[in-house]
Design a protein around this ligand. Structure first.
Ligand SMILES: NC(=O)c1ccc[n+]([C@@H]2O[C@H](COP(=O)([O-])OP(=O)(O)OC[C@H]3O[C@@H](n4cnc5c(N)ncnc54)[C@H](O)[C@@H]3O)[C@@H](O)[C@H]2O)c1
Length: 449
């Protein structure tokens, strides 16, 4: 008989299989967020909104907003005329449609704005809206740069308007339940967070079809480019702006911001990371873009390492794993699963196989005497799993905004929260482009290497 009859790997595999076999899992259904029906909202509480940007996201926001009780669209603004037609198809022909968003800001009939323009336009529309006295729901990532974010936070604070940022995960039932479980210490002391998301198709990598009638006749291309150095008309840039840093913020601003916002919400965090290192490249869609399609970012949030991975070149599920001294809380789009761990040895230490026979036997005997449960007192190890609809809960997020407009109560995702989440993304991009770790210098409002 070998001196060491069981290897470390065999030992761990045996223990894992045994633990898995013993563990039972309870499934608990989560109710969707409750939104009142139309008769519960009096006509006097009607909120009238205008929408700026009726593209891929704006059209979805518009359709959802007009389906909410006591909410009415008055006007839409877009630089592309095709989206005037689309807005009327969704909200009815009675709405007005214009290329000039400032007409909506001057309209006294409009209480608030939904803004779903490309990232390079967020700051200007946001600042103009709050300065004109309008409340605003502004899409994520809140800002196109750290400096833009600071300006937006100041404008919101100075104006006192209601401002909601559009990372709707903070209004999801799934994330809300995970937040409750984490705050109750379900995983003990948090010591690591990981998250990832992968896609593997052209649409997932923003290779969108250009609208067939798009031209300088149907689109105000000059205004669309904003303050970015002008280039000749290019329909691909209009449709696929996320690929270029001049207009978008890459996978960081498009997708990482959802992971960061969800993580911050679930953990009750509201601060920028202390240090960020990001690597990646254009590894799958080398189509002229200047933003990476693969990006892996390592954050330090205080003492906690956070590792978030985005990949447009291979599909993987979207998942968070919160790891702590009492196990793992795994959160996906529709489930929350708890994998409990005691954090204690469940068997005599395999190190004892390095003891000579008599010492080993004595150690084993003593270990069992001290640790084996009395018959009938064996602990039950039960994991559980919550099942919900989806975490991308646009409806409750919009509803939360319109309720705040009515009641002047705080929103789910204010400008400071949006700024801190966006900063994490800008730091990730800065680290990627600078090829070095970066930190946030709050005093100067700058990302430093
Ligand atoms: N929360 C989410 O899940 C989610 C999902 C997708 C997109 N988004 C965000 O929504 C925003 C819009 O993205 P999209 O995919 O809908 O883009 P898009 O290109 O499909 O639509 C943007 C529209 O804004 C219009 N526009 C641009 N500048 C304008 C201006 N100055 N005045 C009026 N209209 C203007 C464009 O003509 C275009 O029709 C982005 O910030 C994006 O990150 C959020």
């Amino acid at each position: 008989m070998s001196k060491n009859p069981i290897s470390r790997r065999q030992f761990l595999q045996t223990t894992a299989v045994t633990t898995g076999a013993l563990m039972t899992t309870r499934r608990i259904a989560l109710d969707p967020a409750r939104i009142p029906s139309s008769w519960e909202v009096p006509p006097s509480d009607r909120v009238r909104f205008g929408i700026i940007g009726v593209g891929m996201q704006g059209s979805g926001l518009l359709a959802t907003a007009v389906s909410l009780p006591g909410v009415e669209c008055v006007a839409a603004s877009d630089l592309y005329d095709g989206r005037h037609a689309l807005a009327k198809e969704i909200a009815g022909t009675k709405i007005t449609a214009t290329r000039r968003y400032k007409e909506l800001l001057d309209d006294k009939e409009i209480d608030c704005i939904i803004a779903a323009i490309p990232d390079h336009w967020h700051k200007q529309v946001f600042v103009d809206a709050v300065s004109a006295g309008k409340d605003i729901y502004c899409e994520k990532p809140m800002s196109h740069s750290a400096a833009d974010g600071i300006e937006m936070v100041n404008a919101a604070k100075n104006s006192g308007r209601i401002t909601q940022i559009g990372s709707q995960r903070v209004s999801s039932v799934i994330c809300g339940k995970a937040r409750e479980l984490l705050s109750q210490g379900i995983i003990g002391d948090l010591n690591l967070v990981e998250g990832s998301l992968g896609r593997n198709d052209p649409t997932g990598a923003w290779v969108y079809p250009v609208p067939p009638d798009l031209s300088t006749q149907t689109l105000d291309w000059d205004t669309w480019q904003g303050t970015v150095p002008k280039r000749p008309f290019d329909g691909k840039v209009f449709a696929r702006w996320r690929c270029w840093k001049e207009y978008g913020t890459g996978v960081a601003g498009d997708l990482l911001v959802h992971l960061v916002s969800g993580m911050n919400y679930m953990l009750g965090w509201n601060e920028p990371p202390t240090k960020v290192t990001s690597i990646g490249g254009i590894l799958r869609f080398n189509d002229g873009r200047n933003m990476p399609d693969v990006q892996a970012t390592l954050y330090e949030y205080g003492k906690i390492p956070v590792y978030l991975r985005l990949n447009l070149g291979c599909e993987t599920p979207e998942v968070y794993r919160f790891q702590g001294s009492k196990g793992i809380l795994e959160v996906t789009e529709v489930t929350i699963t708890h994998y409990p761990q005691t954090g204690e040895d469940s068997a005599p230490s395999y190190y004892a196989f390095s003891f000579p026979h008599d010492l080993r036997e004595a150690y084993m005997k003593q270990w069992h005497e001290q640790h084996d449960p009395a018959p009938g007192k064996e602990p039950l190890t039960e994991g559980f799993n919550y099942k919900g609809d989806s975490w991308d809960d646009l409806r409750p997020h919009l509803w939360n905004f319109f309720q705040a407009v009515r009641t002047r109560k705080p929103v789910a995702e204010d400008v400071v929260f949006g700024h801190n989440a966006a900063l994490a993304c800008h730091m990730s991009n800065e680290s990627y482009f600078r090829k070095s770790a970066v930190t946030w210098d709050a005093a100067s409002g700058q990302i430093k290497s």
